[in-house]
Design a binder for this molecule. Structure first.
Ligand SMILES: [Zn+2]
Ligand SMILES: [Zn+2]
Length: 230
């Protein structure tokens, strides 16, 4: 009996102690749950922040790459344009034939005159007159090359062909000068009948003795007469 009472008392004490322990220390699962609840919202912002930083880094690198690529294409296209606009003779790839240094000063001088004529403001001139100086200089250039090769025979065929290829002389106009009756032709337009009234050539092509007006300047190029016998 005594033992039984002791065990009952012991049991009561144990029950009280357990209650006390429960009050002092709340059950573990509950605490772990609160920990988990408190951890869950803390992980999400971290993940979000990491993801956003990754995305922003990716965007930045893509932007930089796009900039580099566009810069490369821009510079490449500029180089291409520059090469296209450059006059043929000024590129280093052109191989100048022998004797070029002897004719180069005269051609450069005519080139400068041509540029001046092209940039002339044309104040007070008739519309047709503005082109006359350009025709005149183009004629002088072609005549200079023609004389050097066909008349004076001072330049090689290679240099002559080089000048024609590079546009220093008009190949078609020179071809006409080789034909009888066209040795002094001023420009190709003045010999074309379709450009004139009554399907005739320009008045400057008419020999002086057959013209009523002795002093003329044709409208196309300002020619004062280019018939062979004049
Ligand atoms: Zn003429
Ligand atoms: Zn004419």
């Amino acid at each position: 009996m005594k033992e039984n009472q002791l065990s009952i008392n012991h049991y009561n004490e144990l029950a009280q102690l357990q209650k006390l322990a429960q009050i002092l220390n709340p059950p573990l699962p509950a605490t772990s749950r609160t920990v988990n609840q408190s951890e869950k919202p803390s992980i999400l912002p971290v993940l979000c922040a990491r993801a956003s930083s990754f995305v922003s880094a990716f965007c930045c690198s893509a932007l930089i790459l796009a900039c580099v690529v566009s810069f490369f294409f821009c510079s490449a296209s500029t180089v291409c344009l520059r090469e296209q606009n450059m006059p043929k003779v000024k590129t280093n790839r052109v191989k100048y034939p022998e004797g070029w240094e002897l004719i180069e000063p005269t051609l450069s001088e005519l080139q400068v005159k041509m540029r001046e004529a092209e940039n002339d403001p044309h104040d007070g001139k008739r519309k047709c007159e503005t082109l006359w100086p350009i025709f005149k200089i183009a004629y002088q250039k072609s005549r200079y090359i023609f004389d050097l090769y066909h008349q004076r025979k001072e330049i090689s065929r290679e240099l002559y062909e080089f000048c024609l290829d590079q546009g220093y002389a008009d190949r078609n106009l020179i071809a006409k000068w080789k034909k009888p009756g066209y040795e002094r032709l001023c420009c190709l337009r003045c010999m074309q009948t379709r450009d004139h009234n009554f399907a005739t050539a320009c008045v400057c092509r008419v020999p002086k003795q057959l013209r009523e007006e002795k002093v003329i300047e044709c409208v196309h190029c300002g020619c004062k007469g280019c018939a062979s016998g004049d």
